[in-house]
Design a binder for this molecule. Structure first.
Ligand SMILES: [Zn+2]
Length: 342
């Protein structure tokens, strides 16, 4: 059991099935080194979900032996889309499909329920903040970074001087929807990739599981018509199987993942000319892949990230680990910064 004699913050990572919770003390030490999960029940609607988050906090405090009176603030992260203040999109979202969620002030509701300040970040931004702190530690405030996290979509965030860049309307760091040059990335005759956001040829339209399913795999199956995946239904299932094929050196899979790596490299090249960060982090499914494939993919991203000689001396592209804890830990770090900065 931890002995804490000053204040703490709690980090709560709200997911589609579970909440993960952590505790961070005033000195910047995490008091749990594993997932502490409880059911999130977001499908039951906001009232139940807020209660479940309160329960997740009580649970992690009990586990770490910290008294509730020591909690100074709570960090909350959820999947988007939501405003910078944690209001769920008025159109709803994948995890928040029940109508009661549409336009719901999740952050505000939790703040009222807990009677504690609640600091909100979307899950990509929280993970970006955590990756930044893992790399730079006590010097986090003196560095900048960009994180691209490849999953169903392409998430991540931008950290400047140790803080997440949120933007005027709270829409900064939407890396997936940055347009990337497609010349030399697409094959002759390959259709322009389309994103769920309505854009054509943005980073997510290529570098995401959705991009594989909607754009890359349908095209590449026309080039490899006898491929085993051509008979797998639905296409979403085939898309999920593709990583295993890539690990085994399958030519179709390598073509798809090479295009993804090129897209991420081009996104990082834009970042290099935009904010010139101290580090480029890559996370998501590929980090969990077999080491030889992970290294191949990372090397492809590096080849396509065009840094100037001066930039190469100070910055590099690397993988983020520990993504399962990144949300809760990043959320806690954001709350900690709010309290420490007061
Ligand atoms: Zn998009």
């Amino acid at each position: 059991m931890a002995h804490v004699d000053s204040w703490v913050v709690v980090g709560l990572d709200n997911g589609g099935t579970s909440n993960n919770a952590t505790v961070l003390d005033a000195s910047g030490r995490f008091l749990v080194d594993r997932l502490v999960e409880t059911p999130s029940m977001v499908r039951e609607g906001p009232e139940v979900a807020v209660e479940r988050l309160a329960h997740a906090m009580e649970n992690v405090l009990r586990l770490t032996g910290v008294d509730r009176s020591q909690v100074r603030a709570v960090g909350l992260d959820t999947p988007g889309p939501a405003s910078a203040d944690g209001v769920i999109s008025s159109k709803g979202a994948t995890n928040f499909s029940e109508p009661a969620w549409h336009g719901y002030d999740f952050r505000g509701a939790l703040e009222t329920r807990l009677d504690l300040p609640v600091v909100y970040n979307n899950d990509g931004n929280a993970a970006a903040l955590y990756a930044h702190h893992v790399r730079f530690g006590a010097a986090a405030h003196a560095h900048s970074s960009i994180s691209a996290i490849v999953g169903t979509g392409l998430g991540g965030g931008i950290v400047e001087d140790g803080r997440v860049v949120k933007g005027a309307a709270g829409m900064a760091g939407e890396l997936g929807h940055v347009h990337i040059p497609l010349h030399g990335l697409l094959e002759d005759g390959q259709p322009l990739p389309e994103c769920n956001c309505g854009f054509t040829g943005d980073a997510e339209s290529v570098a995401s599981l959705t991009g594989i399913e909607k754009n890359l795999l349908p095209f590449w199956l026309t080039r490899f018509p006898d491929h085993e995946l051509a008979s797998v239904e639905p296409l979403g299932k085939a898309a999920k199987l593709l990583r295993g094929y890539g690990e085994n050196g399958d030519p179709l899979a390598l073509k798809v993942f090479e295009q993804q790596a090129m897209a991420i490299g081009r996104l990082f090249t834009i970042a290099a000319n935009f904010t010139d960060p101290s580090a480029y982090f890559l996370g998501g499914g590929v980090v969990e892949a077999a080491p030889h494939f992970r290294e191949w993919f990372l090397e492809k991203v590096r080849e396509n990230t065009l840094l100037r000689e001066e930039q190469r001396r100070v910055a590099a592209v690397s993988l983020v680990d520990d993504l399962d804890m990144a949300g809760a830990r990043g959320a806690a770090l954001a709350a900690h910064a709010e309290i420490a900065g007061r």
